[in-house]
Design a binder for this molecule. Structure first.
Ligand code: SAJ
Length: 424
């Protein structure tokens, strides 16, 4: 089928890059978002998302006329749904946005259309949730119109590059659907496009992130074992990874972000009786912030009450500015809950304002007049710091290093008392 016009529903971290990339590759795109302020910001030359290169690309697409943005869908050859799937209190997937985005297409659906769901979803969502809603149009899925599930696999910070370069999975409810989806994305995807069923593609996406979560959980558990046995886990992992078939990830302060800490629950929700390992891995990673707090308590002499602490880094991982779903933020709140007085500093978002967290806008301000300095995110800026520089800014002599930024000999030879995560 020939696609000349696409309607992209949801202009977030995935929808906007996808819409802009299609527009840059000669396809007319209507970008839709229910949030009027997002549409206004884009139409006024701004952007609501921080992602390298995206502002220029989206504005170029808008000014060329290949991309238009508005709050309601319209007729098109293909529809792409890229809305969030967060989880509810009970960890089940919140599919409200997927349902309402799908419903919003129904009045505009025509014979010969292609609909692609991109939102991360529990297995069988395309077949059991999306298709029945679309068939409310009176048209029949698989014959009158085609449907695919195709997840994104891009890494925040590299979205525009990985959208093009990464291999992509295209799961169709019929082989024709998968073929039509693959043809559409081959407009810009240079990675391989694997065609399969919609449910396989849903599983693939969840398997990738679950694999990573389980691997991080075992690294975190190894760090606890190393502490018990008087071993340095970082050294042990490095040596173990010399084995040609072993690739252990890094222990840390827990797993944050909107993907890896969420997606494994979608398996647990749909099949609780056969997902013990996946659930346990989630629980290990969720317990890691508490584990770090206990290490800080030990470093502070056994009691956190009244202790002044500088918490360095608030983002959910190194070298990004995203502080949502961040274990670093959780640690600060736990420390405060245990009576500590914490000043937090996030170099990528020096003016971050987070409920329940006292933030300061410079490293100097964070480390001045504290008892303990806690490195909780491995930002490049912290790796560059030297013991002499830190000494100029603070009288604190105790460091807790959860991310190994003080690995260098100069730190180890300094008179700082360093408590490492995963070192017994
Ligand atoms: N983390 C560790 N140890 C590690 C690696 C990561 O503790 O060795 C922690 C990070 O600090 C962070 C969390 O895990 O808190 C997640 O970080 P990440 O870099 O693993 O992943 P995300 O959430 O930024 O992006 C992931 C990617 N998935 C995989 O690498 C399998 C990305 O490709 C996906 O597109 C994205 O999830 C998504 O949207 O699903």
């Amino acid at each position: 089928m020939k696609v000349e016009k696409i309607c992209v529903i949801g202009l977030g971290y995935i929808g906007l890059p996808t819409a802009s990339t299609f527009a840059a590759n000669g396809i007319k795109v209507v970008g839709v978002d229910i949030k009027d302020d997002i549409i206004q910001t884009l139409n006024q030359g701004g952007i609501h998302i921080h992602e390298p290169g995206l502002h220029e690309m989206a504005q170029h697409a808008l000014s060329s006329g290949m991309l238009r943005v508005q709050t309601t869908p319209e007729k098109a050859d293909a529809f792409i749904i890229s809305v969030p799937t967060p989880f509810n209190e009970d960890k089940s997937a919140d599919l409200r946005a997927v349902r309402s985005a799908t419903k919003s297409i129904v009045p505009f659906l025509s014979k010969g259309n292609l609909v692609i769901l991109e939102s991360t979803s529990p297995p069988q969502t395309t077949d059991q949730v999306v298709v029945p809603i679309l068939e409310e149009s009176g048209l029949q899925a698989g014959t009158d119109f085609l449907v695919c599930y195709s997840p994104e696999r891009v890494l925040p910070g590299r979205i525009l590059i990985e959208l093009v370069d990464n291999a992509r999975v295209m799961g169709g409810i019929t082989p024709d659907s998968a073929q039509a989806g693959a043809d559409l994305y081959s407009v810009f995807v240079t990675g391989e496009i694997m065609q399969t069923t919609a449910t396989t593609a849903e599983m693939v996406k969840l398997m990738e992130n679950t694999y990573r979560d389980v691997n991080i959980a075992i690294a975190n558990e190894f760090s606890r074992l190393a502490e018990r046995f008087g071993v340095d886990v970082w050294e042990a992992v490095e040596i173990a990874n010399l084995h040609p078939r072993v690739d252990i990830l890094r222990p840390g302060i827990g797993v944050g972000g909107h993907c890896i800490s969420v997606d494994p629950w979608f398996f647990v929700e749909k099949a609780p009786d056969i997902t013990h390992l996946i659930r346990t891995a989630r629980e290990v990673n969720d317990a890691q912030p508490r584990y770090v707090v206990d290490l800080v308590r030990k470093a502070a002499g056994g009691d956190l009450n009244g202790k002044r602490i500088a918490a360095l880094g608030l983002a959910y991982k190194a070298n990004v500015d995203d502080v949502r779903e961040s274990p670093a933020v959780e640690i600060v709140k736990l420390l405060e809950g245990d009576g500590a007085i914490v000043k937090a500093f996030e170099p990528y978002k020096a003016k971050a304002s987070i409920k329940g967290v006292t933030t300061v806008s410079s490293l100097e301000a964070a480390v001045k007049d504290v008892d303990v300095i806690l490195f909780q995110v491995g930002h490049a800026e912290f790796w560059k710091l030297t013991p002499d520089e830190l000494k100029q800014m603070s009288h604190a002599t105790i460091i807790v290093d959860a991310v190994r930024v003080t690995k260098a000999g100069e730190w180890r030879e300094s008179d700082y008392q360093i408590y490492d995560l995963g070192v017994g």
